[in-house]
Design a protein around this ligand. Structure first.
Ligand code: NAD
Ligand code: UGA
Length: 467
């Protein structure tokens, strides 16, 4: 099959990374034709939905780009074979979760979706194809991908000597977007990282980004530095959160205030002010899995002390969730049976509908196990998702999901705020107070509500990192 003159891109994986990233590339590069493919038919159907509220990923600004580009130079399809065959460049954006069984279970990344993507590419690609690692991967994964692709090259050469050669080069181009700000992060990245060992491929990927990213922000490295930098960036970010959360507990014991401490240390330009917000622990699909993967790699290379150092970041995160659950129980007289708690916020952070590894899941399960009845309100997470995440069959009749904060708070003994949605700052707290059982508690695990005003209304307040 001949590749056309217009450059063709294929992205394998139409998830939180593949969808938004390709949408932003499409909007900045009208000369590219981009096919985003997935094995999941429902996901592709949702990306192609005429009802834009049904797009599978909620991100501020995403809907507008999809409206403009879809069907112009951005296409979503299940036709993996054809889209691979036409592609000059293939981005692999498939999931890389933690292995649940076998060697490295609980730590190493499960690369089976990477391997199946590589095998599909090996089978269907034509002529020369640049294969781009967009997923987050253990350092030296490119070696595995190369082996799979090269074996197909060998086969091809053996069987079809007179045909044009099928060749590949591999580039690492990890993604640094954060959910909730994905479009802005993609449009104005701090940097774009491209690792590779051949100039032509690095250039062909740089060319794409140069359409809207300043050349000084495009960093090129060798393959292994690029792969490793992604894991290390996430580990450093998560480490800041565990650091501030560990100090939040000390503030509660001493009368210091965590927001004041964060401001005091964050104004030191060497420390910086970002990623110092205390909370119920980091969630999201990546921090935990990427650190555990880093721990696995360290131990694999015999660096046990280094592995132990990074594992502590995850341990503090688990401890913070446990600590918050215990504090709620303690303040509600040591028992939750016959008590109703309203949980405000279920997504792992504001401005996303993603609930993967959300601290709300573990904390809610802890409270359910203590006998509480829980009523949920989240501006973006569906009832189906909440019931699914909580494996609600185990807690028959104990979990209800509402479409308003007021309804969720009705007859509740306490409100537990777990996600920092702006909407929660502007709720009609007086009306909420009126419909609750007294004494009415608010547990502010994000330390962001106006404690003074809420206390004046009559609430008992517990605020993370403050007395
Ligand atoms: P996701 O689960 O939302 O999407 C992955 C998609 O790949 C799924 O729809 C799945 O069906 C599809 N898929 C798997 N195997 C396939 C195959 N062989 N052929 C076609 N489709 C296939 O995952 P995500 O959140 O988009 O993350 C993807 C990668 O990007 C991960 O490695 C993750 O660590 C990394 N990452 C994620 C984020 C984030 O914010 N979510 C940010 C940066 C990097
Ligand atoms: C994170 C990184 O920020 C991205 O750079 C990276 O690309 C991505 O992981 C990934 O590899 O998946 P994301 O998980 O989407 O992005 O969101 P973050 O804003 O980093 O938040 C992660 C978690 O940390 C959330 O639960 C958030 O509430 C929490 N957090 C964040 C805090 O508790 N305090 C903070 O100061 C910042």
């Amino acid at each position: 099959m001949n590749k056309s003159l217009q450059k063709n891109i294929c992205c394998i994986g139409a998830g939180y990374v593949g969808g938004p990233t390709m949408a932003v590339i499409a909007s900045n590069c009208p000369e590219l034709r981009i096919n985003v493919v997935d094995i999941n038919e429902d996901r592709i159907k949702a990306w192609n939905s005429e009802d834009f509220s049904k797009l599978p990923v909620f991100e501020p600004g995403l809907e507008n780009i999809i409206k403009k580009q879809r069907g112009i130079n951005l296409f979503f399809s299940n036709n993996i074979k054809e889209c691979i065959a036409k592609a000059d460049i293939i981005f692999i954006s498939v999931n890389t979760p933690t292995k649940t069984k076998g060697v490295g279970a609980g730590y190493a990344s499960d690369l089976k979706w990477i391997e199946s993507s590589a095998r599909e590419i090996a089978k269907y690609a034509t002529n020369h194809t640049v294969v781009v690692e967009k997923s987050t991967l253990p350092v030296r994964t490119a070696e595995t991908i190369k082996t799979i692709l090269n074996s197909s090259e060998e086969e091809y050469k053996k069987n079809l000597d007179d045909k044009p050669k099928k060749t590949f080069s591999i580039v690492s181009n990890p993604e640094f977007l954060a959910e909730g700000t994905a479009i802005d992060d993609l449009q104005n990245p701090d940097r774009v990282l491209i690792g590779g060992d051949d100039e032509y491929s690095i250039d062909s990927i740089s060319d794409i980004y140069r359409n809207w990213v300043e050349p000084s922000k495009i960093i090129t490295t060798n393959l292994w530095s690029s792969e490793l930098s992604k894991l290390v960036a996430n580990a450093f970010l998560a480490q800041r959160i565990s650091s501030i959360n560990s100090i939040s507990a000390l503030c509660e014991s001493t009368g210091a205030n965590i927001n004041e401490v964060a401001q005091a240390i964050g104004t030191d330009t060497r420390i910086g002010s970002k990623f110092l917000k205390p909370g119920p622990g980091f969630g999201g699909s990546c921090f935990k899995k990427d650190i555990l993967n880093l721990v696995y790699l360290c131990k694999y290379y015999g660096l046990n002390e280094v592995g132990d150092y990074w594992e502590q970041v995850v341990k503090i995160n688990d401890w913070q969730q446990q600590r918050i659950s215990s504090l709620v129980i303690k303040n509600l007289f040591g028992t939750l049976s016959n008590k109703k708690l309203a949980v405000f916020g279920f997504s792992f952070k504001a401005n996303t509908n993603d609930t993967r590894e959300s601290p709300s899941i573990n904390i809610s399960k802890n409270l359910l196990q203590e006998g509480a009845e829980l009523s949920f309100f989240d501006p973006k997470v569906s009832e189906k998702q909440i019931l699914n995440d909580l494996e609600v069959k185990n807690y028959e009749g104990k979990v209800l999901v509402y479409d308003s904060a007021l309804k969720a708070a009705n007859r509740a003994d306490a409100i537990l705020v777990l996600t920092e949605w702006d909407d929660f700052l502007n709720l009609d707290w007086e009306s909420i107070y009126k419909v609750m059982r007294k004494p009415a508690w608010i547990f502010d695990s994000r330390s962001f509500l106006n404690k003074k005003t809420l206390k004046l209304i009559g609430f008992n307040m517990w605020t993370l990192g403050a007395l």
